[in-house]
Design a protein around this ligand. Sequence first.
Ligand code: ANZ
Ligand code: ZN
Length: 812
Amino acid sequence: MAKYSTDIDKKWQRIWDESKLYRFDKNKKGKKLYVLEMFSYPSGSKLHAGHWFNYAPVDSWARVKRMQGYNVFQPMGFDAFGLPAENFAIKTGIHPKDSTFKNIETMEQQLKAMGAMFNWENEVITCKPDYYKWTQWLFLQLYKKGLAYRKKAPVNWCPSCNTVLANEQVLDGCCERCGTEVTKKNLTQWFLKITDYAEELLEKLDGLDWPEKTKAMQRHWIGKSTGAEVTFKIVNSDVSFNVFTTRADTLFGVTYVVLAPESPLVDKITTKEYKEAVNAYKEQTKKQSDIERQSITREKTGVFTGAYAVNPVNGRKVPVWVADYVLSTYGTGAVMAVPAHDERDFAFASKYNLPIERVIEGGESLPYTESGTMVNSHEFNGMNSEEGRKAIIEKLSKENLGSKKVNYRLRDWLVSRQRYWGAPIPIIHCDKCGSVPVPEDQLPVKLPYNVEFAPDGKSPLAKCDEFINTTCPVCGRPAKRDADTLDTFVCSSWYYLRYPDSKNSGKAFDTDLINEMLPVDKYVGGPEHACMHLLYARFITKALRDMGYLNFDEPFTSLTHQGLILGPDGQKMSKSKGNTISPDDYIKEFGADVFRMYLMFGFDYTEGGAWSDDGIKSMGRFIDRVERTLESCRDYINTPVNDKTTLDKTEKELNYIRHFTIKSITEDADKMQFNTCIARLMEYTNGLSKYINEKTKNASFLNECLVDFIKLISPFAPHFAEEQWELLGMPFSIFNTKWPEFNPDALIKDEIEIAIQINGKVKGRINIPSDFSETAIKEAALNSEDIKKHTEGKNIVKVIVIKGRLVNIVVK
Ligand code: ANZ
Ligand code: ZN
């Protein structure tokens, strides 16, 4: 008999492929289950153990579901545009297209070696024209809806990647890709209006079966803040401006106001004698990053403008300052300062000797930043902060000097990139007609191959004459194509909509089909996408819904983040650190199933951990042992010697293990607790090998046990199980059979063993019927021979029964 090896893997992969076993049949009746794993970047390195950890266990999960009657759709593809591929190309000199397709080929082979139920016929590769045509189409729909627009704005610039970045791609002030500190540049860029959906993106989080931490991160990123806008007029001028405040109750405590240095108002109101100082200050702040500017500990700086503004509640004149702790990009870019009740204002006022006036009673020391009772606030005195906020906003509204206002931290999504390897933006710039969308029947706007793509800060496509020069679709005069490409997150914001209809050449997708197939029922991928991909995809789904292309609100009903498999050194696996673990050699030596089982047994699925292959040999030995055990079982079944017809004590024991295993694996696999599933399989194997050594056996019962065992191991070791299934003489394929269900009766043990203690020390054990009452247990314990020895002639003070476990007898 062939021992389990990669040959078995290959045999079954071929048969599965030829029989189209996993092909998704959309006409098949049954519960559809769309299982999606985040697709990979085909960048320099091959798939490592971490990728396997994302994909293989989810495949096991999906296999259980398939056997439970779900019609599983589990597609796979590649997020093939973007910086990783381009940077790899720059390093090696190989064109990004050539390297990408070569990498895809390698990765496809690696993925196929996993033996997952991927629906390869639905593969999506985002850098192919038949996909990015529709990414461009999506952009045009957003443009037509007013959800894509171009504006000049200070944007994040990564000097190392030589491109702008979205806010979401700036982590702690650094580029998400390369870690370089991000600077600001004033550039004309394309944005998608995700802010139109801020409220819905926030609200609908509650209904999602997602990790709480990820939902919290999105809530924080959206950053809803409820407050008011209050109007201040400049003295002796018709200029006025609004501030955004969450503490309208502190309005009487305003002793100065502050404008962000970038505010266009600054030049308008600054008086002559202060011009020079203000201009110098503006220059100085240009060098500061937003992170530095928001730091609470950094020393506050600022300058007086010479102008005064009027506090709308009490007519008091307060000086107008410029300070960089106020950001131009939040609220109105202007702040009313209340030093008595705000940390930053307090520090600033202390430094520049501005008045500090308490208007909220509550704590002793200043600044007091909590809510409290209003004082020094005229008719509002005595109100608590909450009432006061409402009352003041009401008063201001009546006088047209303020109103309630909700602000979000979320900014529009910057999607244009000054890089080569991406989907060209389907817009033509004409001197006469402005920005003109490329007519849809002219899509895709193809990315040219011969381009000098080494980044120098300008869009590489701008230097490609045959690409950039075109004619205006409206007036027919010479015009230029947009030279930027789309952020890869645009490509991945809708790929889950393309998968089920990946071959559609007439549309991005068929609405009816997609409404049936989505939302995705289970999405699995890394937590690093919490505020990028996962937010963008939610936005795009909502936008397409509002255009009538979809009828559902959320793309991913249920989300799981797999843990990270770290290198053996405990660091994140990366090629540059030289700590990546390639699955390939392990697969060759042990077979895919041993590697899969090892990943699932050795690591907690949502925790991950540092790689170690200590246990992989013993997993190999375990599979060997299973193989030998199943073989002896089969031998017996085929030539039964002393067959029984009833289930006696030993059969009942094995039957208990069998049903307990079914119950546990069904429950644990559903929760993606794979390590306990494997542990149960080990116990079941022990049960089988113990039983096979019994003198008398029941062949038909053993056969049932074997059928269930092979089914139970099949999601975790699919090739191995398919082979065992065949050896048992069962028809192809085990994955078309029904998942076993446990029998609750089998889980009631007739007899249980309990320990008996005397004064806390175990002195004996007895077997009792599991439904014995407390009194009966006491009696049995006291009458046991072991115990009688110890209690004879002694005074029994107390007998404590802990049901199902032990009896403690206290003697004197
Ligand atoms: C007066 C005040 C008094 C404030 C007080 C706070 C405490 P969140 O919760 O993040 O929305 N603020 C408004 N716009 C700002 C900007 N562009 N740059 C820096 N700070 C700005 O914070 C809102 C509060 O942050 C606002 O409420 C404002 O200060 C400040 F005792 O107004 B507050
Ligand atoms: Zn034109």
